[in-house]
Design a protein around this ligand. Structure first.
Ligand code: GLN
Length: 248
């Protein structure tokens, strides 16, 4: 396919309320790695009380946030966005959720006061607040990428996978979904969620390109992304893994 005039539309959910620990870096990474290939990127920031614009979105991003932020946005998510986002997930659009955003892609997040914060159920997972915070560097073996994922986790929520969800990977260093079953993250159709802050994508270039290809596929079919010199990103990936093994 002639790779001219390619376009990628990204919708960023609750950028002000849910972008803890620099998760906005994932948006920057997707944008730059697409633009370096000559792909035009449009980013639509959707906050409280705003409905998602429905003109051909390709990828949705939902960052992390503390329990209080999740509580604030959950009602809005259910009332203003859930129906449309579920329809988009049924069309196999790409979603990436990190930590609090990941939790709200699931059925619910029960916080440490027992409040059940409703999610939108596009991932067959549920989360309950644990007594300990799971915090520190994390390394995960990812079957889909045949590579490792590295990042930083900071959550008290313990996420458990239902039958329809697959793990994103297996924990090599750190706690992962719940510190019990060595699973980390979840994926179902084209919905991906995980606990890796850092932000995730700058240090995991293979996953960034995997998501870009999946998001472009709906509009343009299978296409190979042009080569870019991302030696620096791959080196930082390896160094971050080395450091994670030393520090946990
Ligand atoms: N409030 C959730 C928890 O602590 C998510 C926190 C986050 O997004 N880092 O598990």
């Amino acid at each position: 396919m002639e790779k001219t005039n390619l376009q990628l539309n990204i919708t960023w959910l609750y950028p002000k309320e849910m972008s803890t620990y620099g998760d906005r870096g994932n948006i920057l990474t997707l944008k730059k790695r697409a633009e370096w290939r000559g792909i035009k990127v449009n980013i639509d920031e959707i906050g409280l009380k705003e409905s998602v614009r429905s003109d051909g979105n390709d990828l949705y991003f939902f960052g992390g946030g503390q329990d209080q932020a999740q509580d604030i946005i959950a009602k809005d998510l259910s009332e203003h966005k859930k129906k449309f986002l579920v329809e988009e997930s049924d069309k196999e659009k790409v979603f990436l959720g990190i930590c609090g955003g990941y939790q709200l892609f699931g059925h619910y997040y029960k916080d440490n006061r027992g409040n059940e914060i409703p999610g939108i159920g596009i991932l067959d997972v549920f989360t309950v607040a644990g007594k300990e915070r799971m915090m520190g560097n994390i390394v995960v073996e990812s079957e889909i990428l045949k590579d490792k994922l590295v990042g930083f986790e900071n959550h008290s929520g313990k996420t458990y996978l239902g039958k329809k969800a697959n793990k994103l990977g297996t924990v090599l260093v750190g706690s992962g979904n719940n510190g019990e079953d060595r699973t980390e993250g979840a994926m179902e159709n084209n919905v991906y969620g995980c606990y890796l802050h850092g932000p995730l994508l700058p240090k995991n270039p293979l996953f960034a390109d995997f998501l870009l290809k999946a998001a472009l596929k709906k509009r343009y079919g299978d296409l190979e992304l042009d080569f870019i010199n991302d030696t620096l990103e791959h080196t930082s990936h390896e160094k971050a893994i080395e450091r994670a093994y030393k520090t946990r």
